[in-house]
Ligand binder design. Structure first.
Ligand code: SAH
Length: 349
């Protein structure tokens, strides 16, 4: 065994079988071997791609939403435009391009990035040089804020339990021979959900969301959270590893494959409410992008290109919004602090 697998095997020898939240944290964020700490994982040569990398239209429509958000905040002289896990900085660059159409909004905006990866911080700095970086949300400024997160929460760790014939187990990692594997061990976890199968515990994400909502309730503002997942808590195993755009076992390449689990939007809403953000709304990514005018924006951009580029542009928009592609699985949650209206298309519902 080498690298992170060795380190994890040593920890297991010391402390016993490892819960999946610990395993995910080490795989994604170990300072030397963590997946995000060492690479830019996006695009054809990477492991996966995300909406802002698929088309500029995505970030532009988020930009339109942010412009409305700025108005909903009462056009403050200064506000924090925060992004959690900005990847390559593409979404923010596209968002800012749209925001520049309003001198007032772009002058007021101060960009803050919450990013743990030194490699990705560099990529972000080439696209958004004026950003201010944070390791976590604790140091975000006390300014009215608009917080955006795309495919961030799915990277926060979960635990997995499994109920079988009325008995509860936890899925944990053990070392075996030259590798790692998952085993099921009897568990006394107080799982209140009724039913059988794999249950994912989102406590860490919920606590993070509550902390985020606490902050936003204090400074006032809006959040727009986009990710893939299910609208209601349910049994099911959604933990997945991706390497070179192909699924692999989560124990195959510790630190070298992306690990994510679907977002439980019911638990997310609970986390937001606990932190004092009672006003939330959810829609699918397809509904959101259609309402924000993805067709119209694509039609305008089409006039600037032809041939293969034009086909790619149209295919990218379809990929983002069509229910059979990203349109249905991906969901968009908007949240507002007290006395602030949720901008269109949420408020309109
Ligand atoms: N939003 C981008 C990237 C999504 S990948 C896009 O849509 O393309 C997840 C991003 O979150 C990466 O930038 C990763 O480094 C960052 N990230 C993951 N976990 C994090 C954590 N706990 N703290 C800070 N950043 C984190």
């Amino acid at each position: 065994m080498t690298g992170l697998a060795r380190i994890i095997a040593d920890m297991i020898a010391e402390d016993g079988p490892m819960a999946l939240d610990r395993y995910m944290t080490l795989c994604l964020s170990h300072p030397r071997h963590g997946y995000y700490m060492t690479r830019d994982p996006f695009g054809a040569s990477g492991d996966f791609t995300t909406a802002p990398e698929i088309s500029q239209v995505f970030g532009e429509l988020v930009g339109v939403w942010v412009a409305q958000g700025f108005a909903a905040l009462g056009a403050p002289r200064k506000f924090a435009l925060v992004e959690l896990g900005p990847g390559r900085g593409t979404l923010m660059a596209d968002t800012l391009r749209v925001l520049r159409k309003s001198q007032e909004a772009v002058k007021a905006a101060q960009v803050h990035f919450v990013e743990m990866s030194p490699v990705l911080r560099e990529a972000q700095a080439t696209r958004v040089p004026d950003a201010i970086w944070h390791d976590n949300i604790a140091s975000l400024p006390a300014l009215p804020s608009i917080i955006i997160a795309n495919e961030f929460l799915d990277a926060l760790p979960i635990r997995q339990f499994e109920r079988e014939a009325g008995q509860l187990f936890e899925r944990r990692i053990v070392a075996e021979g030259e590798g790692l594997k998952i085993v099921k061990l009897p568990s006394a976890f107080p799982l209140s959900a009724r039913g059988e199968g794999v249950w994912e515990d989102h406590s860490i994400r919920e606590a993070f969301t509550t902390a985020l909502a606490d902050h936003l309730a204090k400074v006032k503002g809006l959040a727009l959270i986009i990710d893939y997942g299910h609208g209601h808590s349910a049994f099911g195993d959604t933990l997945q590893a991706l390497k070179a755009h192909k699924p692999c076992a989560i124990t195959d390449f510790p630190g070298k494959a992306d690990l994510t689990a679907h977002v439980d939007f019911e638990s997310l809403a609970r986390g937001l409410a606990k932190g004092g953000l009672k006003k939330t709304a959810l829609m699918t990514q397809g509904e959101f992008l259609n309402a924000m005018g993805i067709e119209q924006r694509t039609a305008v951009l089409r006039r600037t290109v032809s041939g293969e580029a034009e086909q790619n542009l149209v295919a990218a928009s379809t990929r983002l919004a069509h229910p059979s592609q990203m349109g249905q699985l991906f969901k968009v949650v908007a949240a507002a602090s007290r006395n602030i209206e949720l901008p269109y298309p949420f408020g309109a519902r």
